[in-house]
Design a protein around this ligand. Structure first.
Ligand code: DQA
Length: 147
């Protein structure tokens, strides 16, 4: 089962960036954990990060064209990007939205996700573990689709 893990803006700084909110785990730490989980789940992972909205749209399109599922932390673009939402909707891919922090316990502008309506589900608030939970949920959805 192919799954593309897409990280949006500022997540390259994870570990150093507002550690009180996002913790001290780095993107490499998260990748290591996901690769271990993916092996157990029989999932083939492609992992990418970008700070650019258009590039993120391109990554979503590529995942869709290759028939992969999408595990996405769109970071700030979650709350602003109609282009990203349209890309996910148009990709035909099954997508799961994840966030490290509990966005609903934070500023009001983070309570709205423009991509949530075009995702199968959302995991937020569990720190790096949000990704692992999201990966398991997405793998299960895709497996059920295939069987
Ligand atoms: C985030 C939450 C977003 O509101 C924020 O803009 C981020 C990270 C999270 O993982 O908690 O950059 O997506």
């Amino acid at each position: 089962i192919p799954i593309h893990v897409l990280h949006g803006p500022n997540l390259n700084l994870l570990g150093r960036r507002e550690p009180g909110i996002y913790g001290t785990a780095t993107l490499d730490d998260i990748e290591r954990d996901l690769r271990v989980r993916a092996e157990g789940l029989g999932v083939a992972l492609t992992i990418r990060q970008t700070n650019h909205e258009g590039e993120l749209v391109g990554f979503v399109q590529e995942a869709g064209l290759s028939g992969a599922g999408i595990l996405i932390n769109a970071a700030a673009y979650t709350h602003t990007s109609v282009a990203l939402r349209d890309a996910i909707a148009g990709s035909g891919a099954v997508a799961v939205e994840v966030h490290l922090s509990n966005v609903h316990a934070r500023e009001a502008f983070r309570h709205v996700s423009l991509i949530a309506p075009v995702c199968a589900g959302i995991v937020c608030g569990f720190g790096p573990h949000s990704y692992g939970l999201g990966l398991e949920a997405l793998a299960r959805l895709l497996r059920n689709r295939l069987s």
